[in-house]
Design a protein around this ligand. Structure first.
Ligand code: ASP
Length: 346
């Protein structure tokens, strides 16, 4: 009875104190601005950027900055949010710094299985793929599911087959599996780390970064449309066939012009339990909460060190709460905001 009581008490208290507990960044853009846009991206939560080498921190910042520029250029050009989030996530899938596409983490058998999703807030149309192995850009395969099928989620060999049939660019296994990730998987295997831990304990400095790096992008375009996309290799050492939150609409990804767009990163099982992305939108829709309040309250329901989200509302406000030591992220808007950050201090 006590635990039920405390859980209920926590749901009442937590939203009130969250803003000071979690790293939350909010930026206002005038909704009525013509050609106003906002964009936010993440390159994974978890790990402590303070333990990373200066060189690696720089590398991550540069990769985030380059992906952000792709989005800014397209938004300034008047491109749609759905095109922007796909293009930005493709850029990050090509970058082995991140755990998506090339450079993904490996499952318990040392194989790659990729998850991705995309959602258009203008129509609520969405597409996702889980445990795919051959599409060079899983986010593009997810978009094809959205646009070329009556379904929302395809998985495994069926999704791979669909990608080949429809002409999505393919890549061999050694495109995805880099030497660095193979080496880190071997260390994971030798240590028999707990696959469900997002940030395995007892890693040496510079090692934990090899486990992290799911990517996501949320954008509001000049037409007022919101879109979100997320892509990942999942968790290092995950069980064969395991699917995380990234391709689960409403858990790791969501977009609705009426409320917000969200992309999550962290321990997928926790995000699925809470339905994180849709929970944030629902707080805004039914409870009238602001994006900042809603995102902080939902992230506050996650267990400690579980992850974070990036989110944009229909006014262009941006929120990036996380409960891990770091979440790689970058954001920009048409009012001149442009920033890249890794840890809590920024
Ligand atoms: N959420 C991803 C998953 O559980 C992992 C991550 O964000 O790092 O598959």
């Amino acid at each position: 009875m006590n635990s039920v009581f405390f859980r209920r008490l926590a749901t009442l208290i937590v939203p009130v104190c969250l803003v000071s507990v979690f790293q939350t960044q909010v930026t206002q853009v005038q909704a009525q601005d013509k050609n106003a846009y906002s964009i936010v991206i993440h390159g994974g939560a978890g790990g402590d950027p303070g333990r990373w080498s200066a060189e690696y921190q720089q590398q991550r910042r540069e990769s985030l900055g380059a992906a952000l520029e792709v989005g800014i250029e397209m938004l300034e050009d008047g491109k749609s949010a759905i095109d922007v989030v796909e293009a930005v996530v493709r850029t990050m899938e090509d970058d082995p710094v991140f755990n998506a596409g090339r450079g993904c983490v490996l499952n318990e058998e040392g194989d790659h299985e990729l998850d991705a999703s995309i959602m258009d807030g203008a129509t609520l149309r969405c597409g996702a793929v889980a445990a795919v192995t051959s599409a060079k850009h899983p986010v593009t395969l997810a978009r094809k599911v959205m646009e070329n099928t009556r379904h929302v989620l395809l998985m495994g060999s069926g999704a791979d087959k669909f990608g080949k049939q429809i002409g999505v660019e393919q890549a061999p296994a050694d495109w995805f599996v880099t030497d660095r990730k193979k080496a880190s998987w071997k260390r994971w295997k030798a240590g028999q780390q707990d696959a469900m831990l997002h940030r395995p304990k007892n890693l040496g400095p510079g090692e934990e970064q090899l486990y992290l790096g799911t990517v996501g992008c949320v954008a509001l375009d000049s037409q007022g449309n919101i879109a979100a996309a997320t892509s990942t290799g999942g968790l290092m050492g995950k069980r064969w066939g395991r699917v995380g939150d990234s391709p689960i609409v409403g858990a790791g990804n969501y977009a609705d012009n009426a409320t917000c767009g969200v992309s999550g990163t962290g321990v997928g099982e926790e995000f699925i339990r809470i339905g994180v992305a849709r929970d944030i939108a629902a707080r805004m829709e039914y409870g009238g909460q602001s994006l900042e309040q809603a995102a902080a309250a939902t992230v506050g329901k996650l267990p400690e060190d579980a992850g974070g989200v990036i989110a944009i509302d229909k006014h262009g406000n941006i929120a990036t709460p996380f409960n891990t030591p770091g979440m790689s992220r970058a954001m920009a808007n048409s009012s001149g905001l442009k920033s890249v950050a890794l840890g809590r201090e920024e």
